[in-house]
Design a protein around this ligand. Structure first.
Ligand code: SF4
Length: 209
């Protein structure tokens, strides 16, 4: 896609939603990190349902360690992979206490050293909690980037690189949320709503999926 079209497309996103927000509920960076870890292969609605009680019992890393892995698992048992997720949440809480006084670090390497935290989760936390212009490539962003011709890569990391290179800097801070929300509600996997799509005029896949 030509640079001027990419600029026009993201300008449309910005006009429609100047301050896009994700849908995971949290009140602190720690809670956001936990929510993102829990969201792997689960919906944001499902995660919000369990965290509304989990965070009441354990709002901080110290409280999460005190709660213990078994009780964490009990709180999140409606989510897929809940045993592994409970292990990760307990483990990352303990490591945050040991290495970072219970606070979430704002550096990629320190984040990715935490159990259950990969590149995608680190990107979300750096973007949402630390205001860094990172771009987490989840299934929605991956699909949309390829449909729009913004990326051709076959892996999330390859697509992330192409997006960071191709999207003008002024849009990078919010690009992640604009693409996710558009992928979740408009450019869905099976039935994209091309007829009512805000950015159809720049999309090479309009009406062809
Ligand atoms: S025009 Fe269709 S394929 Fe293109 S972004 Fe919009 S919904 Fe997706």
């Amino acid at each position: 896609m030509k640079k001027k079209d990419i600029t026009a497309l993201f300008t449309s996103f910005r006009q429609a939603n100047p301050e896009p927000r994700g849908e995971l509920r949290s009140e602190t960076p720690f809670q956001h990190l936990v929510a993102v870890v829990l969201s792997a292969q689960s919906t944001d609605v499902g995660v919000n349902r369990v965290t509304s009680t989990l965070f009441r019992h354990a709002p901080t890393a110290a409280a999460m360690v005190s709660l213990g892995e078994e009780a964490i698992a009990e709180h999140i048992r409606t989510l897929g992979l809940f045993h592994a997720k409970a292990r990760h949440v307990f483990g990352l809480s303990r490591l945050l206490l040991e290495r970072h006084q219970g606070e979430v670090p704002g550096e990629r390497a320190a984040l990715e050293a935490l159990p259950g935290v990969g590149r995608k989760t680190a990107n979300v936390v750096l973007n949402v909690c630390f205001g860094q212009p990172t771009l987490a490539v989840d299934t929605h962003v991956f699909r949309l980037a390829r449909r729009l011709g913004l990326a051709k890569g076959k892996t999330p990391e390859a697509v992330e690189k192409e997006l960071l290179h191709g999207i003008p800097g002024e849009f990078l801070m919010h690009a992640h949320h604009w693409l996710i929300l558009h992928g979740r509600y408009v450019c869905t996997a099976r039935k994209p709503k091309c007829d009512s799509c805000l950015i159809a005029q720049w999309c090479p896949s309009a009406g062809r999926v």
